[in-house]
Design a protein around this ligand. Structure first.
Ligand SMILES: Nc1ncnc2c1ncn2[C@@H]1O[C@H](COP(=O)(O)OP(=O)(O)O)[C@@H](O)[C@H]1O
Ligand SMILES: [Mg+2]
Length: 220
């Protein structure tokens, strides 16, 4: 089983939105997926309540000590991909998620505040010798802000591709219990999430045995 963790202490950067979008996209690519909600805010469980499809399953964890038993159980049940959504803080639960992840995904909006706020998470990931990649989320369709942010993040580690644009489909999909690829399969938001899932799957499936390498080596 592969484990992804969406982590950064900056609230509103898109951890929960991307966790849901990627979980559904991975399911559509034949993965058996579970979402683990490690955030008392409850964004994922409320999304799940609005959802008619019983997949992906959602597990909630409130205590760091619960993460490993939940992961073991999911693996025993044949889940191939667990995606952990964490809170907007570097708490013990987020740190335990990081230490169990094959790949930590750090979403950041293209703003200095988001990028600076990712640094403590990045340090925790480096201390734990985990692999990671940044995701630029809620990017504007035009302007120099994007390339400045991409340059800053690239200097800190690998940036996953493509960038995820600021698009209403993400918010509307969350509101009706869908992944963005279900909500508007032909839309740009859907395309980008599918592209991001491909990028992630190429990295976890080809390099998942190489724990402890810090960042994935190359951006495509
Ligand atoms: N790419 C995007 N385009 C449009 N809205 C987005 C996008 N990513 C996130 N959002 C919205 O931004 C808000 C914060 O996102 P959320 O995933 O809850 O962040 P976090 O989990 O990091 O706190 C939500 O209202 C969400 O729907
Ligand atoms: Mg959240």
């Amino acid at each position: 089983m592969h484990v992804l963790a969406l982590v950064t202490q900056k609230g509103g950067s898109g951890k929960s939105t991307l966790a849901v979008g990627l979980a559904v996209a991975a399911m559509e690519h034949e993965e058996r997926v579970a979402l683990i909600e490690a955030d008392a805010q409850g964004t994922i469980s409320r999304w799940k309540q609005r959802r008619e499809n019983c997949f992906p399953r959602v597990e909630c964890v409130a205590d760091p000590a619960e993460i490993e038993p939940v992961l073991s159980r999911l693996q025993a049940e044949g889940i191939g991909l667990a995606i952990i959504d964490t809170a907007a803080t570097n708490n013990a639960l987020a740190l335990r998620a990081i230490s169990n992840a094959d790949l930590c995904l750090i979403p950041a909006r293209p703003s200095p505040a988001d990028i600076e706020a990712a640094i403590p998470t990045l340090l925790a990931i480096r201390r734990g010798n985990r692999r990671f990649a940044f995701i630029l989320n809620q990017t504007p369709t035009r302007g120099c802000r994007l390339s400045e942010a991409a340059t800053s993040l690239n200097s800190l580690g690998v940036l996953a591709l493509p960038f995820i644009g600021q698009r209403n489909d993400h918010q509307d999909a969350l509101g009706v219990g869908l992944g963005v690829t279900e909500f508007a399969p032909e839309g740009k938001a859907s395309d980008e999430i599918v592209g991001l899932w491909r990028w992630i799957s190429e990295h976890i499936f080809t390099e998942s045995n190489h724990h402890g390498q810090g960042a994935v080596e190359t951006a495509c």
